[in-house]
Ligand binder design. Structure first.
Ligand code: ADP
Length: 472
């Protein structure tokens, strides 16, 4: 087994990986920038190395990261999610320099990293994909031709897109014309790849994804599915496991299909097949994420399998040690992403000092966090503060537990999406499990939560009112 792992990431996911290392008796090393110098994960790791330049560049510098790994005699690098995790060059460089990359081979990242390539590959192997353009759409005329052929609404996608960016829905020809050149120039700017393709936009679908694990010995299994339909602007906000809408038959089919895809691409380590599922429960391959997902805790909660430990064991060459029939789904799990943002002010990220922090606990509550009292949330990074995951014997119990856990949370000094998450979890439709990817758009009233007055803010307001009155 490895003696030391370098974690090429930050925030909550670095903490998550450090925890797995500690339980496995492996030393953990992290990198951090000056902007991150007060971050919690640095304190939790056994070793920490300052990298420049911040705030972002150093986390993306694959040569420097591999140099550090070699210098500190780390056996392996865990990339987490984001940053270098889906950079095939990173995996390749590790392969060349004799450091183990805790993830799939570079060839699998390369193939699946491009949405269009992945889609064409699936079509060749008769895996269902959403009806759409054959290859990239080169100009506006072609876009209109495809739009008419597919039938509106359609969705424009950037081949190199990710994280919900680079997607645009066109309801008619005019919108398609308007969005096409916009999407193309944005794609060139943000993803360094102007390639665009078009798909039928499926209305009221579910985003359902299947977690897979494959080892170096040809064993591939799946750990069931997650429903990530509660999304805002195509970005996940709340994820659950298992899905509330799949029948056992569909669940089995989807799991088997995910394993089939993993085998087709010679996949090794943890990966996720994302499917879009229409209201008739027809499913279509959307994309594959060749890394650990943000929402992996819900799967860990219902299967009892530690996905990060499995990633490390697989990378070290061990056998999976679990057969498909050993994977049992028990209960229901829900994860909320707690974000430093102000939902009532266009969801703008909201950095600053956390002046009070009390986290919930008790039965069935898990926190994957990265913050503490007096921590100053930097403005430069993803505003995800932590993930709150609850586990219940039933869906109803899980919902009640999430409501209770959110109520227990106290984070002061910065605005967070906690009140918005509370509004979602308390809504009748959510409680009944009636939601698809359009839930948030269809429920604008959830934004009308009353602003909870923070007692600490109230004291300051009263004190300054008195001071003003007294002419101080
Ligand atoms: P990204 O990689 O940026 O996350 P995805 O391709 O995974 O982009 O899509 C993100 C979300 O966009 C999906 O979860 C789904 O809600 C929506 N979406 C993508 N393709 C379609 C489609 N053909 N029809 C309806 N919704 C879609």
């Amino acid at each position: 087994m490895f003696k030391k792992i370098l974690i090429a990431n930050r925030g909550e996911i670095a903490t998550r990986i450090i925890r797995a290392c500690k339980e496995m008796g492996i030393k953990s090393a992290v990198i951090y920038t000056e902007e991150d110098s007060t971050a919690l994960y640095i304190k939790k790791a056994d070793e920490a190395y300052l990298v420049t330049p911040g705030p972002i560049e150093a986390y993306l510098n694959i040569h420097r990261i591999v140099d550090i790994a070699q210098k500190i005699r780390a056996d392996a690098i865990h990339p987490g999610y984001g940053f270098v995790s889906e950079n095939p060059k990173m995996a390749e460089l590790c392969e060349k320099r004799g450091i183990v990359f805790i993830g799939p081979p570079s060839s699998a990242i390369e193939l699946m990293g491009n949405k269009l390539k992945a889609r064409e590959f699936m079509k060749e192997h008769n895996i269902p994909v959403v009806y759409g353009s054959d290859g990239p759409v080169e100009n506006e005329k072609d876009a209109v031709k495809w739009g008419k052929m597919i039938g509106f609404p359609v969705i424009l996608k950037a081949s190199g897109g990710g994280g919900g960016r680079g997607l645009r829905i066109a309801k008619n020809e005019n919108e398609l014309k308007r969005y096409y050149s916009l999407a193309k120039s944005e794609a060139a700017k943000f993803f360094d790849n102007p390639e665009i393709f078009i798909e039928k936009y499926i209305t009221k679908p579910h985003h359902i994804e299947v977690q897979v694990l494959g080892d170096h010995h040809g064993n591939v299994i799946h750990l069931g599915e997650r429903d990530c339909s509660i999304q805002r602007r195509h970005q996940k906000v709340i994820e659950i496991a298992p899905s509330l809408v799949l029948s056992d038959k569909k669940r089995k089919e989807l799991g088997a299909l995910a394993v089939k895809i993993a085998k087709l691409v010679h996949y090794i380590n943890a990966g996720t097949m994302e499917f879009i599922v229409d209201s008739n429960m027809r499913y279509y391959f959307m994309e594959m994420n060749t890394r650990l997902q943000v929402e992996h805790p819900v799967t860990e909660s219902v299967t009892g399998i530690d996905i990060v430990k499995k990633q490390i064991e697989i990378a070290a060459g061990l056998e999976l040690g679990i057969k498909q029939k050993d994977v049992k789904i028990k209960g229901n799990a829900i994860e909320c992403r707690l974000i430093a943002e102000d939902p009532q002010n266009a969801f703008l990220p909201n950095g600053g000092r956390i002046t009070a922090y009390y986290s919930p606990g008790g039965i069935g509550v898990r926190i994957d966090g990265a913050v503490y009292k007096d921590y100053v949330v930097p403005d430069y990074y993803d505003p995800l503060l932590l993930k709150l995951t609850v586990m219940g014997g039933t869906w109803e119990e899980a919902v009640n537990r999430m409501r209770r856990a959110l109520d227990e949370f106290v984070i002061r000094g910065i605005k967070t999406n906690i009140p918005y998450l509370q509004a979602i979890v308390n809504s009748e439709d959510f409680k009944k499990g009636y939601f698809d990817t359009e839930f948030i758009n269809e429920h604008p009233e959830l934004m009308d939560y009353a602003n909870r007055v923070d007692p600490a803010d109230l004291v300051i307001a009263i004190a300054s009112a008195i001071a003003m009155h007294e002419g101080l």
